[in-house]
Design a protein around this ligand. Structure first.
Ligand code: AMP
Ligand code: MG
Length: 420
């Protein structure tokens, strides 16, 4: 027997995987359906924002030189928002002006109504004949200058930006009715295993519900993918090959399967990939999740995730998520982590370990404790966890107080103190 190949490190495996992915094609979508899509071009501001100098308060537009404390000025104009660009401010007068209304040319400040003798609080009244200034304004007070937010021609958002409330608001403010985005990755997902039954079916002896395809589909959708569910496939070479063929006929950009990639007698997924494409490697120095297959079938990138539910989700997080983000046009895929000190000791076997933890605040920092049994089949501990603590490769024992990087799980953005 030849010596076993050394396991790939997590970083090596991820780097090799990412070489096989490039951003998908682009399409134009209406701004109304752009949330969670990824911008596919640098967008430039078509006009200044704001497009005209305007008042940030309800009050009186004045020339500061004429509006000292105690000055009384005749009111020569009334400028509601949306009334166009007003005539130049007559010398020695004030113009009543509302928030968002264009500044009259010649005026260089706004005196808020609270700083005048205009005490009327109801809406709709005519402007008074004259106004007395109680507090002298400085030049530019309460004026939002043209282009304060953005100048015409400036890059508003770079290609690769994930669009959400604030970015969509900004694009709307600049009049983008449609935006170029990357096509959403289409991900075909199937589970393999003769023991698996659909969630709606009763379990016979020795059977379990297929949880992986549901968990993996939810994870893929969370990262912007369109999911094609191919269901449960038996541990049979021909059946797995038929599923790969189906994924191809659905136009999948990525194929994900779970289980059947270990060294069991019925683990046929690797053989199917070798028959219809290429298997690039299948063992990574990671816990949980050592049996990870990557390759292609029908020239579509393929991940054979482990069967154990915790391993499947964590290998998804570590390897599939970055690949999906790259396909989707994102420029960055690193997860930000916080540093947390252990409240309980933990053991490892020296593989890079992704421990399920509950992380909470303590003083200025974070502390973490195991969220339950760390077995790779114990899904409830992952469900309870709000963080994944990374024990680096080579570490075998971590003591109380040792500090490690913890990924805060997506969806865990409420205060960690709320963790169950
Ligand atoms: P395997 O990789 O086929 O050896 O499977 C490893 C473990 O994961 C076994 O205990 C399987 O029963 C379990 N398993 C495989 N697929 C699924 C699935 N879709 N849902 C839940 N558990 C699974
Ligand atoms: Mg199996």
């Amino acid at each position: 027997m030849s010596a076993p190949k050394p396991l790939l490190t997590v970083n090596e495996a991820r780097a090799r995987i990412l070489e096989h992915f490039a951003p998908l094609n682009t399409e134009d979508v209406p701004l109304t359906s752009a949330a969670r899509r990824v911008l596919a071009a640098d967008l430039h501001a078509p006009h200044d924002l704001p497009p005209f100098a305007n008042s940030s308060m309800d009050g009186y537009a004045v020339r500061t030189a004429e509006a000292g404390q105690g000055a009384t000025l005749p009111v020569s104009a009334d400028v509601p928002a949306g009334s166009g660009i007003p005539a130049p401010l007559a010398v020695g007068t004030a113009a009543r002006i509302m928030t968002g209304a264009a500044m009259p040319p010649g005026a260089d400040a706004v005196v808020p109504v609270e700083d005048t003798d205009d005490q009327r609080e109801r809406a709709g009244g005519a402007a008074p004949a004259a106004v007395t200034i109680h507090r002298a304004p400085s030049v530019g007070a309460y004026v939002r200058p043209i282009g304060q937010d953005l100048r015409a021609g400036q890059v508003v958002l770079p290609s690769g930006t994930l669009l959400g409330a604030s970015t969509i608001g900004l694009l709307a403010a600049l009049g983008f009715a449609t935006v170029p985005v990357y096509r959403r990755p289409r991900v075909a997902i199937f589970s393999t295993g003769d023991e698996l039954r659909p969630v709606e079916a009763a379990l016979g002896p020795g059977q379990i519900h297929d949880s992986n395809s549901h968990a993996i589909a939810a994870a893929a959708e969370q990262y912007g993918a369109e999911v094609v569910r191919l269901g449960i496939i038996p541990d049979d070479l021909a059946a797995v090959r038929a599923a790969l063929q189906q994924a191809a006929s659905h136009g999948a950009d990525l194929i994900l399967s779970t289980a059947g990639v270990s060294v069991g007698a019925y683990d046929v997924v690797k053989a199917a990939i070798e028959a219809d494409g290429e298997l690039r490697f299948w063992r990574v120095n990671m816990r949980p999740g050592k049996p990870l297959a990557f390759g292609q079938a029908h020239n579509i990138p393929f991940f054979g995730l482990p069967g154990n539910p915790v391993s499947a989700l964590l290998t998804f997080e570590v390897f599939v998520r970055p690949a999906l983000l790259k396909l989707a046009g994102r420029r960055r895929w690193e997860k930000l982590g916080v540093q947390a000190a252990l409240l309980e000791p933990m053991d490892s076997d020296g593989r890079e370990t992704y421990a399920r933890v509950i992380v909470t605040r303590q003083g200025d920092g974070y502390v973490a404790r195991p969220a339950g049994d760390q077995g790779s089949a114990v899904l409830s501990a992952l469900a309870r966890a709000n963080g994944i603590l990374i024990l680096p490769e080579g570490a075998t024992r971590a003591a109380v107080g040792d500090t490690f990087t913890v990924w805060l799980l997506d969806g865990g953005e409420t205060a960690p103190d709320d963790a169950r």
